[in-house]
Design a protein around this ligand. Structure first.
Ligand SMILES: *Cc1c(COP(=O)(O)O)cnc(C)c1O
Length: 235
């Protein structure tokens, strides 16, 4: 199977998992994480109907977004301060915001470009040291701070589950969902109305993410790797 048919298979599987959980397929956005492939790989997924792509490096984000401007480009990687103008110039949605200084710079860069930048706040739900993000108890204060910036629109939360079993992933995703509900209840109505996205779930754990309320799943290897299934059984 090539990239195009794997994309279509994943898209169908995502839709059936949504239906299985009593949700509408269109309520879950599939972001194809193309960080391991070049422009040709992106082109194959685009031809198969992909509209949303995720990148974790600013250079790749900018290059691919300018080659394929009709797609929506999501930035899912570590934010470096000096790359913020580039990221803002190309990103439809930034998933990985968790530092105040970055929020201020994103606001400034977006204002300079005459845009309002959609962002998600990354939360370290599991508390693992290797993971980035604000801690759950800091998330509301940080969301309030970001929501106060004129050229930033806070659309929701993002997390990465610890590697391991499905139950651990599910607990992490349910934690993010509950936190998002609490934040939404505490924000002013106008900010709460757009705070609707939960970006969670990757190749290994997107089934659990959808059943826990994910509105965006970020899937890389299951689409772009020739041997994702083999990798899976090898461990
Ligand atoms: C690479 C990456 C993904 C995709 O992971 P896969 O396991 O390849 O599906 C999702 N989210 C983030 C933040 C990533 O860096």
């Amino acid at each position: 199977m090539g990239i195009g048919s794997r994309y279509q298979t994943v898209l169908e599987d995502v839709a059936s998992q949504a239906r299985f959980c009593g949700r509408a397929p269109e309520d879950v956005c599939l972001v194809a994480v193309s960080k391991t492939v070049g422009l040709e790989g992106v082109a194959s997924a685009l031809e198969a109907g992909a509209k949303d792509f995720g990148e974790n490096r600013p250079d790749q984000l900018v290059e691919k977004a300018s080659a394929f401007p009709s797609a929506r480009w999501h930035f899912i990687g570590n934010i470096q301060s000096r790359r913020i103008p580039d990221i803002v110039s190309a990103a439809f949605l930034i998933h990985s915001l968790y530092q105040e200084s970055h929020a201020l710079k994103i606001d400034e860069a977006a204002r300079a470009l005459g845009k309002v930048q959609d962002v998600l706040i990354e939360v370290n739900v599991s508390g693992e040291e290797s993971k980035s993000g604000v801690s759950p108890h800091e998330a509301l204060a940080f969301a309030r701070l970001c929501a106060g910036l004129e050229n930033v629109r806070v659309r929701g939360l993002m997390t990465m589950a610890p590697q391991g079993d499905a139950e651990t992933a599910r607990a992490c995703f349910e934690g993010l969902r509950d936190l998002a509900n609490a934040i939404r209840a505490a924000l002013p109505a106008e900010k709460a109305a757009v705070f609707s996205e939960l970006s969670m779930g990757m190749s290994e754990d997107w089934h659990e993410a959808i059943s826990s309320g994910a509105t965006i799943v970020r899937i890389g290897r299951a689409i772009f790797s020739d041997n994702f299934e083999d990798e899976d059984t090898a461990c």
